[in-house]
Design a protein around this ligand. Structure first.
Ligand code: G6P
Length: 603
């Protein structure tokens, strides 16, 4: 949430900052700005709107070789030019970009006001720039150390000082910040994507650490200001491309990348017919001691958890529950050393998921992270980690990372059931067919396009299903609402009649996910109930079951033959495509839906 970029080196900073901001736009895109510094001082340019709007405003004539930039997702203060970062201090001595939330901002603000400082914006960030100026006694690093110590909440900040052109100062707590070295200079950013292909190695700042970055080197300091040495990470040449290629949107590209992402994820952990997780290797005794599994996540990752809950219970008989991370924290769930808490997150930095992880650790539970972004906060803080191998995912609406989360959860369910000998699963060899199943479903493109034509003018859409079909309905509804802005709700098919069916009238669209043969008849009853009340039903099913669905108005049927357990992999693709084409026909900004950000680093 909010993207930070900084560059100091031998070249003009402007192209690096703008390119970096474009790459970071998935983190927020309501306003953007840059601050450049050279011998003549600090220049700030900022605009409301996307980075492209800022780009138009950055005219020729800037030659500074050091600068910082920011793309914002508003927390304090509306999206506006005034509230856009960077924020200058009272006398223009410091410029600051910030990602996170300063929880004691009101108190700091009122203290600063008493000292005569005034504020131009409604942001919490401006208190940082003003406090820096107040604390400054000639040493910018000492000043940042003192300032950071008085901030509560979460922050990743990059700071420049008028008298030190060529220097960027950084501080971090809870929000991500990375310092990287490249041929053309040093970078600081929220995500390595910001300068992909320009950097050779990078350093992850830990909470409390500070950095002083110049064009030749980066020095690191502990919270109390003592120099520390940090181990660099090296960029692997296999880092997935972050370009759209020939696709009109990242979302469509990422939908089409799913077969490969699944293949990479499965082949990373299935060796000689067995599941091996290099970073999840509890002893058999430890595994057998687990008496409860909690799957915890936000958004689509929660829907992967919900689906996996059914699979874990089916395969391992272990008591398994799925929790929304922001609720888990306050549910007072009973945890013990025999609980396994699995945190699922694409970004590995979602604030609620991270907080849930820390709570579980504090309660003595074992924690396992299923994460896509390497070395992200959740990956580093959990006891164990399993990485999904989806590659970089740029579209705010997740597709390939979600399906890879499902694949890892299935492997995990098998791994636990196999090792603990609860129920030895017979389904396992079929898991290797998942990439092929997903590939085949891409041929539903035309059907999804036709369904989108039927749905594009809807005000409301209801999604129904049972068991894993219900979990998939939840994901289908989220995908549709987040990118098309149509109000969607998902219900367990059997629950509809307990209230929501009163909303069904002539022409109300209902998407019935009925892929599972074992519960098909029950879902069919629900379909008949809504049909009887005039609903317009689109069924997502299989060739085998479709002959029972002659009442439905439109049917998307998969030709694959798979066991019920794998149907989520079959249904996910047409649901994603249907959302994509509905949003496209409605003229929505598919990769950057309004009000959203891909990585949510505030609670
Ligand atoms: C945001 C994204 C969702 C995502 C959720 C959890 O809300 O828009 O697509 O599912 O965060 O993100 P995570 O990175 O933890 O999987």
């Amino acid at each position: 949430m909010c993207g930070i970029i900084g560059y100091t080196g031998k070249n003009n900073a402007v192209p690096y900052l703008l390119q970096g901001l474009h790459k970071l736009e998935y983190r927020g895109y309501d306003s953007a700005g840059i601050a450049l510094i050279d011998e003549s001082g600090i220049s700030v340019i900022k605009r409301k709107g996307k980075v492209s709007v800022l780009e138009e405003a950055v005219t020729e004539g800037f030659s500074a070789t050091t600068g910082i930039g920011h793309t914002r997702w508003a927390t304090h203060g509306e999206p506006s030019q005034l509230n856009a970062h960077p924020h200058l201090s009272e006398n223009g001595m410091f410029a600051v970009v910030h990602n996170g939330i300063i929880e004691n901002c009101d108190k700091i603000k009122s203290d600063l006001r008493k000292d005569g400082y005034s504020f131009l914006s409604d942001t919490d960030t401006e208190v940082i720039s003003q406090l820096l100026e107040k604390n400054y006694k000639g040493d910018p690093l000492a000043c940042l150390k003192e300032t950071a110590a008085s901030l509560e909440g979460s922050f990743a900040v990059a700071v420049i000082h008028r008298d030190f052109p060529g220097t960027i100062l950084c501080a971090k707590k809870s929000s991500p910040l990375i310092v990287a070295r490249g041929e053309e200079g040093f970078f600081v950013f929220s995500d390595t994507l910001a300068a992909q292909n320009r950097i050779s190695s990078y350093y992850l700042l830990s909470d409390g650490e500070l950095a002083l970055v110049t064009k030749d080197k980066a020095d690191f300091f502990s919270e109390d200001g003592k120099p520390i040495s940090k181990v660099p990470h090296y960029i692997s040449s296999s880092t997935a491309s972050s370009d759209k290629g020939d696709f009109p949107h990242y979302m469509l590209k990422e939908i089409y990348e799913q077969p490969k992402a699944l293949k990479d994820t499965l082949s990373a952990y299935i060796k000689d017919g067995d599941v091996i997780f290099p970073n999840f290797n509890p002893t058999e005794k430890e595994l057998k001691a687990i008496d409860r599994i909690h799957l915890v996540a936000c958004g689509s990752a929660y829907h992967a958890a919900l689906c996996a809950k059914y699979i874990f219970t089916q395969l391992s008989s272990l008591d398994t529950s799925a929790h929304i991370a922001s609720e888990f924290r306050y549910e007072k769930t009973v945890l013990s050393k025999n609980s396994l808490v699995v945190i699922i997150s694409q970004s590995g930095e979602t604030a609620d998921s991270l907080a849930a992880l820390l709570l579980a650790k504090a309660e003595g539970a074992k924690t396992l992270a299923i994460v896509n972004v390497k070395n992200s906060a959740i990956a580093l803080k959990a006891d164990y980690v399993i990485y999904t191998q989806a590659g970089a995912e740029i579209s705010v609406a997740t597709t390939k990372a979600y399906i890879c989360q499902l694949a890892v959860l299935y492997m995990l369910a098998y791994f636990i059931s196999d090792k603990t000998e609860y129920i030895h699963s017979r389904f396992f060899p079929d898991i290797l067919s998942l990439p092929r199943l997903a590939e085949k479903e891409l041929s539903q493109n035309e059907n999804a396009l036709s369904a989108a034509e039927l749905l594009k003018n809807s005000e409301h859409i209801y999604f129904i299903g049972r068991n894993t079909d219900y979990a998939l309905s939840m994901e289908g509804a989220l995908k549709m609402k987040e990118i098309s802005y149509i109000h969607c709700e998902a219900y367990p098919a059997g629950e509809l009649k307990h209230g929501t069916i009163s909303l069904i009238e002539k022409g109300t669209p209902v998407i019935a996910v009925c892929l599972r043969e074992d519960i098909f008849k029950k879902t069919l009853s629900a379909i008949k109930e809504v049909k009887a009340r005039g609903a317009y039903v689109i069924a997502i099913t299989t060739d085998k079951l479709k002959s029972n669905l002659t009442d439905c108005d439109f049917v998307i049927a998969s030709g694959s033959e798979q066991s019920d357990i794998f149907t989520p992999f079959v249904g996910a693709v047409p649901l994603q495509l249907m959302s994509y084409y509905t949003a496209l026909k409605r003229g929505c900004d598919i990769d950057k839906p309004r009000n959203l950000a891909k990585s949510v680093t505030v609670e």
